[in-house]
Design a protein around this ligand. Structure first.
Ligand SMILES: Nc1ncnc2c1ncn2[C@@H]1O[C@H](COP(=O)(O)OP(=O)(O)OP(=O)(O)O)[C@@H](O)[C@H]1O
Ligand SMILES: [Mg+2]
Length: 195
């Protein structure tokens, strides 16, 4: 079921032109940057978006955080354990190389591990979402294993194109919903739908 949803959304999403994807990504960033949980966050984890897959770009977020002197962390996937290492990013140009899944990840010598509990805000990737905050990810369960390690206070937010919103994600017991979702059309507080 998740597999079908994942494939259908990925196929539709790829149809956006680069220009449209960029416009929508900026609109989403403009909503995010006004939120207190964003403005007040000091330690933020954010993944690096794939250039060739149409996904909401995290580039404006990383640029903004770096400019404001915030501490930025990126995930490093560990294939063997299907776990994520949280690594501090200091130099966007030189710290990263192409890693698993073609995603830019910290190099061995520039991996600076940190405890997940230090994070105030985590941007959680995904392919499809529902209003309760449940997500269909890329299918390997990395974030499902990672999210329980966060402190209860850590804010989790996903950024997605509005077409990635679906009525209901078939959630498994290991699935942990995100707290907020931002699309180019709406800001969704998922907690109220969850309780
Ligand atoms: N907390 C966990 N502990 C052990 N295995 C897990 C856990 N969470 C998920 N998994 C396993 O990971 C696999 C992928 O999970 P799921 O189908 O929810 O992927 P996903 O949410 O699309 O992926 P991701 O979290 O990487 O975005 C499943 O086989 C699931 O059993
Ligand atoms: Mg999942």
């Amino acid at each position: 079921m998740k597999k079908e949803i994942r494939e259908a959304i990925l196929q539709e999403k790829i149809k956006f032109s680069k220009t449209v994807a960029k416009e929508k990504s900026l609109a989403i960033f403009n909503i995010l940057k006004e939120k207190d949980f964003y403005k007040n966050a000091d330690n933020i984890m954010v993944y690096i978006t794939l250039e060739n897959e149409n996904e909401v770009s995290t580039e404006p977020i990383i640029d903004d955080l770096m400019n404001r002197g915030k501490r930025v962390f990126v995930p490093l996937t560990v294939h063997k354990t299907k776990g994520l290492i949280v690594s501090e990013l200091k130099d966007l140009e030189n710290d990263l190389e192409v890693g698993n899944f073609g995603v830019m990840e910290p190099k061995k010598e520039t991996t600076r591990p940190a405890e997940p509990s230090v994070l105030d805000l985590v941007i959680v990737p995904g392919v499809a979402f529902d209003k309760k905050g449940y997500r269909v990810g890329h299918g390997a369960g990395y974030y499902d294993r990672f999210l329980p390690k966060l402190s209860k206070k850590t804010v989790t937010v996903s950024i997605a194109f509005d077409m990635q919103m679906i009525d209901e994600v078939p959630a498994d017991c290991h699935d942990i919903p995100v707290k907020y979702i931002i699309t180019e059309k709406q800001f969704i507080g998922c907690m109220k739908d969850n309780i």
